[in-house]
Design a protein around this ligand. Structure first.
Ligand code: MGD
Ligand code: MGD
Ligand code: SF4
Ligand code: MO
Length: 851
């Protein structure tokens, strides 16, 4: 066992303590960490027990797990020591993955609603046979499609496995020629995506989890890793145990379990993180402690559109300011520096509430050339009225201080969902995207996609205009402008903001009752209560799939057991419906369905040609052409002609991912071996995980300081000045509290899965409103009183507590969104970041009174 692994295992104790603090010690006792079980890549039979490698169903940490199967049932799940992301560690949700499959409420039969009047009541669905539901769904979809394509929509997810998302995108974009498809990742990672694309010309972080083992200072910028990324938080703890000089600074709007472990907790006023980052940069430049060499070698500077407003009603995107939000103009370093000058210690401290001493500490950290600094962020930064700007500012800060590209020095955006990177982002299930960072607006990208999909030239010009982003989609639906909505791998009727509007509970927006709604689900949800058809889906290892985690690792979860009851793989459902809808349609002279999907599906048989493995492999190999253009001549030619820089050999053949327990892209073949990349843009030994692409493209001489930002036209990331602009709502006499929402360790989002795992449900049975004791006293409230929380948008009831999992400062309250009986999103607003269109779930203003 090497040192890092030893420190890592030691940190399990920290993790266990953390979980115990969450009330789950008894549950922990029942778990096992299968350090000695080796699945040997594929699967290994041990007596009657078969062990297969998989990846956890829940968070973006992407922990590898080993699943033991006996008599067709999952009997144990343990951490996979051969997965380089987690080296065998899991959190409590991972340990109870097996129970996830067997909750007693599993949906096992298709269901149909005959009377639309029962929508939203939890009643009115009857069981049906597959043929009946498939015919019904296909006929409704086809009718809408033929009638008016703008009135149909698909809402997907960062929880869809990669091949499933890829195929969904192909069906919607090439099959139906519709861009009305968007994932829940819009509410999660969109700000990070736009940030990455603007700055680096490519999406997803350059660093990796090994940065954690090399950092001297960790800064969490409003990320509650202890609850939301527990395995990675354990790696942070392990690093701190291994070296007592290592520090963690938690910059947050409320104290969380993550703060408990930090050396410094800096509480700031919501939204003022924009000013804090600018203040640090201001003094780095004033004091001449920024990295001059890095700035000179690598960076270009820009100004962006300012005073960009707050989209709440429709029409914003087309307004004067709305259509300009993405514009930037080049400027000099001096001009950039001049704009930072407003952000003095005094101004920033007054605005943010962070003391001048603490701001100075941050300036000192970024000034010290020896310190390796790792910034980590998630929804505090992304679900932000200026989410894209805040992503820019974190990149800006790391770039001008040169804290970039050395192990331990990185600006690391954490992803929430298991495949927010892998699916939503990599294969392009957004309304404006195509697979592999390509976008619908760009004609060359459309030509390229046509070449991969064997479509006639110009075929995809029909989808050159992006469709509805998530909020637009649901605003249109609430107004009665969507006739057909299909959703899978999400629970929008609980997770969307402003449910009062979207569920028509304001009495004005009742469009939802006129929309034909189809939901693929594994457990009953509020969304099912609004559905016309519910299709029972195979859950997790009931089929084979792949997730792409926060460090760009693609991992396969193997099929371990058969789906429960009559549940079916989402891809089977999609193919059955696509076959019916595309009946009689042509692409050129060819049968449209066969042309697009004939490589995996036999129409005559109404089934897949191969088994799960063969189907996934075939889809993967097609998707792989996007970033390995040499696999297909026409694609290679377009790539070369347009200097598209997609010669990266980013993905390995499918089976490598199973053999190697996951690989981080870009993946490269060296002497017949497929090797992952850990640090992008940084040149070094490939065997140690350093990038090779820049050197291949530009040669050794073309590289400055062993770095090449090869995805930007002149190899220079853009540092764009982004000012502080206040949130859409701020507390006032009528709505005096900030309302921050989020997650807690035991539950996954809307609770539809984890509340069906008895151990997790028992560990955290109810959602509470956490409030500062001083505020409770002022309002005459006692612990566990019922209160009504009301915003300008809606209201809900909940039990208040001053002894909850988080400790908010005065003037701020927090609640998680896992409990359907306390539907907090009735009150949360749907203002979004004008660039990414990601909503701000962290800063609604509310009033609170005893219920
Ligand atoms: N147990 C569990 N883990 C999960 C999930 C889950 O449902 N359950 N979901 C996964 C998913 S999809 C996601 S997206 C992640 C989310 O992971 P996180 O973002 O870490 O968690 P949240 O609870 O959404 O956000 C709480 C944080 O928002 C910060 N915040 C509030 N306002 C601001 C602000 O103005 N600026 C900044 N910078 N920060 C602010 C607070 O300081 C607090 O730390 O968790 C993932 N992991
Ligand atoms: N108030 C508030 N609301 C938020 C947020 C917040 O911070 N605060 N965060 C937002 C963020 S970051 C996110 S990512 C979203 C998440 O929001 P959603 O994705 O809408 O919520 P989930 O509960 O994750 O829904 C996933 C559903 O997929 C089902 N499922 C599981 N496996 C399968 C499968 O194999 N096939 C199919 N068809 N279904 C399956 C599960 O049962 C579950 O109901 O919530 C957003 N909403
Ligand atoms: S929920 Fe996240 S941290 Fe926990 S085991 Fe799964 S992937 Fe790992
Ligand atoms: Mo998320």
């Amino acid at each position: 066992m090497d040192l890092s692994r030893r420190a890592f295992v030691k940190s399990s104790a920290v993790a266990a303590a953390m979980m115990a603090a969450g009330g789950s010690l008894a549950a922990m006792a029942g778990c096992s960490n299968g350090g000695s079980t080796d699945a040997g890549g594929d699967s290994a039979a041990t007596g009657n027990i078969e062990v297969k490698s998989a990846v956890c169903r829940y968070c973006g940490c992407g922990c590898g797990v080993l699943v033991s199967v006996a008599d067709g049932k999952v009997i144990q799940v343990a951490g996979d020591p051969d997965c380089q992301s987690n080296l065998g560690l899991n959190c409590i949700k991972g340990y109870y993955l097996g129970s996830l499959l067997y909750g007693e409420n599993r949906l096992t039969k298709p269901m149909i609603r005959d009377d639309a009047g029962t929508k939203g009541t939890g009643e009115g669905l009857r069981e049906a046979e597959w043929d009946e539901v498939l015919d019904l769904v296909a006929s409704k979809l086809k009718e809408t499609w033929k009638n008016d394509k703008s009135r149909l929509a698909f809402w997907g997810s960062g929880q869809q496995p990669i091949t499933e998302g890829y195929l969904q995108s192909k069906f919607w974009k090439a099959g139906l020629l519709s861009n009305n498809i968007d994932p829940n990742a819009r509410m999660c990672m969109a700000s990070a995506v736009v940030g990455f694309m603007n700055v680096f010309g490519t999406d997803e972080p350059a660093g990796c989890y090994s940065d954690i083992d090399n950092a001297d200072v960790f800064i969490t910028w409003g990320a509650n890793m202890a609850e939301a990324h527990p395995m990675l938080f354990s790696r942070v703890s392990a690093r701190k145990l291994a070296d007592e000089n290592v520090k963690h600074i938690d910059i947050t709007t409320l104290k969380t379990r993550t703060s408990t472990d930090a050396e410094h907790v800096l509480l700031f006023r919501p939204g003022t993180d924009l000013a804090i980052t600018n203040c640090i940069m201001n003094y780095l430049i004033k004091n001449d402690t920024y990295d001059k060499q890095f700035v000179a070698d690598h960076l270009q500077f820009k100004m962006g559109t300012e005073n960009i407003g707050y989209p709440y009603e429709d029409g914003y995107d087309k307004s004067d300011i709305g259509s300009k939000v993405d514009e930037t103009t080049p400027c000099t370093f001096e001009e950039f520096a001049a704009r930072l000058e407003d952000y003095t210690l005094e101004y920033t401290s007054n605005l943010s509430g962070v003391s001048q001493e603490d701001l100075q500490m941050l300036i000192d950290v970024f000034s010290d050339p020896e310190l390796r600094v790792m910034s980590l962020w998630t929804m505090g930064v992304n679900q932000h009225h200026r989410g894209t700007w805040m992503n820019h500012n974190l990149h800006n800060l790391h770039l001008i201080s040169g804290k970039y590209g050395k192990p331990g020095c990185t600006a690391f955006s954490l992803t929430g969902q298991p495949s927010a990177c892998g699916t939503a982002r990599e294969v392009g299930t957004f309304c404006h995207r195509l697979p592999a960072d390509l976008v619908v607006k760009n004609p060359v990208h459309r030509r390229y996609t046509e070449a991969v999909w064997d479509l006639p030239e110009g075929y995809l010009d029909a989808i050159e205009t992006p469709g509805f982003h998530t909020i637009k989609m649901f605003r249109e639906m609430s107004k009665g402008n969507i006739d057909f909505l299909w959703s899978a791998h999400n629970n929008w009727a609980q997770s969307l903001p402003n449910l009062t509007r979207f569920l028509g509970m304001d009495g004005e927006h009742e469009g939802i009752f006129d929309t034909f709604i189809v939901v693929n689900e594994v457990y009953p949800t509020i969304t099912c209560d609004y559905a016309d058809v519910v299709l029972p889906a195979a859950l997790w290892v009931e089929r084979e799939g792949q997730f792409g985690n926060a460090e760009r690792r693609t991992s396969v979860f193997q099929k371990c057991v058969e789906p429960m009851g009559e549940a079916k793989w989402d891809v089977w459902i999609m193919m059955q419906i696509a076959q019916r809808v595309l009946e009689g349609e042509k692409i050129g002279d060819a049968d449209a369905f066969d042309h697009l999907f004939g490589f995996i599906w036999d129409k005559e048989a109404g089934d897949f040609i191969g088994d799960d493995r063969e189907t996934n492999r075939a889809i993967w190999e097609e998707y792989r052409i996007f970033s390995n253009p040499e696999m297909k001549d026409t694609v290679a030619a377009i790539n070369t002609e347009n200097n598209m820089h997609m010669e990266a050999k980013q993905l390995a053949p499918y089976d490598e991912y199973i053999e190697q327990h996951g690989l981080t892209w870009p993946v490269r073949e060296v002497d017949g071996k497929w090797l992952p990349t850990k640090w992008r843009f940084t040149y070094g030994d490939q065997a140690e995980g350093y990038d090779q692409i820049g050197i291949e493209m530009y040669g050794q001489q073309g590289l400055a300081n062993d770095m090449s930002f090869y995805k930007t036209p002149d190899q220079k990331p853009s540092v764009v000045f982004r000012p502080y602009e206040p949130p859409a709502e701020e507390p006032d006499a009528d709505f005096p509290f900030w309302f921050c929402t989020g997650r807690l360790l035991e539950h996954w989002h809307t609770g539809s899965m984890t509340r069906n795992v008895a151990e997790l449900d028992r560990a955290l049975p109810e959602a509470l409103l956490n409030m500062n004791p001083a505020d409770m006293e002022k309002l005459g409230l006692k612990d566990r009183d019922r209160v009504r929380v009301t915003s300008r948008h809606g209201s809900f009831e909940i039990t208040v507590s001053n002894a909850g999992r988080t400790e908010p400062p005065e003037g701020l309250v927090f609640a998680p969104f896992f409990a359907r009986e306390t539907l907090i999103n009735l009150a949360v607003h749907d203002y979004y970041c004008p660039l990414s269109k990601e909503t701000d779930y962290k800063k609604t203003c509310v009033q609170i009174e005893k219920a």
